[in-house]
Design a binder for this molecule. Sequence first.
Ligand code: GLA
Length: 382
Amino acid sequence: MMEDKQLISELLEAFVDKFGSTPQHLFHSPGRVNLIGEHTDYNDGFVMPMAIDYGIWFAVTPRHDTQINLHSLEFETSCHFDLKRFNKGKQFWGEYVKGVAWALQEAGHKLTGWDGYVVGNIPKGAGLSSSAALEVGIAKIFSELSNLNLAPEELATRGQLAENKWVGVNCGIMDQMIIAAGKKHHALLIDCRDLSYKHVPIPSGVSVVVMDTATRRGLVDSAYNERREQCQRAADFYKKSVLRDVDLAQLAEEPQLTGDEFKRAKHVVGENARALDGAKALADNALAEFGALMKQSHTSLKDDFEVSSPALNSIVEIAQATDGCFGARMTGAGFGGSAVALVEFDKVTEFCDSVAQKYQKATGLRANIYSSKAAQGTHKLY
Ligand code: GLA
C-alpha cells in the first residue's frame, strides 16, 4: 500500500498537470470499520464504528461558474457536469458526485462549481465504505466552497440520500455518520434514531486490526434488502414501527414469531444491547469484556442474522484463537469483505503475521491484514 505522503504528492502533481496551477484546497475523507452494532442502523438502533487510516484525498480549486470537473488518479476517468442541469448516467464513481450535488440542491443549498483531482487507497469491496467516504468527502467540499457550513449530521444524511435515491443502494446511516463525525483515537457510539453521538476513547493498550478476507460477494445488495424487509416484518409483528423498540423481554414473552423473522429480531435486539454495553466496556478499558461482546456479535450474525460466510468465519475463528486477541467479528454488511479484531498493542505484529499465515493455510487465500488507528472524520487539510 502506497504511503499517504506519496499519494498526496502524486495527486498534487496530477492536479497541476491538468489545471496548470496548484490546488487551493486539500480534503481528506476516511474509510471506516465497525467495532460493534451490526445491521442495527436501519432499525433505528446503536452502532459503534471508527474511521480508519485508509481514505480518499481531494485536491480542489473553486470556479466562478457552476461547472464540476473531477478527475480520478486511480481510475483514470473523469466526471464533468453543470450544477444547473445534470442527469443520471451510467453507474460509475461520478454518479456518487452527481448524487451528492443533487441531494444538497434538493435541500435548497446553492452550490458553486470547482475543479478537482481525487485519489484513494481504501480497498474496494472490502466493506470499508469507500463509497460513503466519497459521498461525504464531496458533501464537505461543497459545504466549504459554497460556504454552507454543514454539520456532520447533514453531510451524512445528504451522502446517504445520494446513495439511496441517486445511486440506488439502500444503505443505512452508519457509514456516512462515522466518516463525517469521526475523531482521532476514538470510536463513535451513534444512536441511529436521532443521530446523536458520543466519542468513545480507544484505550492506548490495544490495536484495532482490520482483516480483509480477500473474498467479495456480488449479491450483497439483494440479501441486504431482504434482511431489511425481514426486520420490518418482525417489527410489525411486535406492533412497533422499528425493532429498536422491541426488547429481550418482549421476544421471550411473545413466542409466536418464528423462523427467519424471529432470528433477525433476536440478532437486532441483542446487538443493540451489545453496542451499548460495548461502548461502556471500551470507555472503562474493560477489554476482555469488549472482546466477549465481539464474539457474541459474530455468533449472532452467523447463526441468527445469517450474513457471515465461510471465509469470514474462518478468519474470525483463527483470530480469536491467536495470542493477544481480545475478540473478533465480521464487520459491515457481510457475505465477504472484512472482519475486525481487538488485539493487545504489544502483540499486534505477530498477530497479523500469524493470522495471515493460518488463514492462507486454511483457505488458500491471501488476506490483507493491518492495524489501524482511529482516524479523524472528513476534513479540510488546507
Ligand atoms: C452496510 C451499510 C450500513 C450498515 C451495515 C451493516 O455497511 O452501508 O448502513 O447497515 O452494512 O451494519
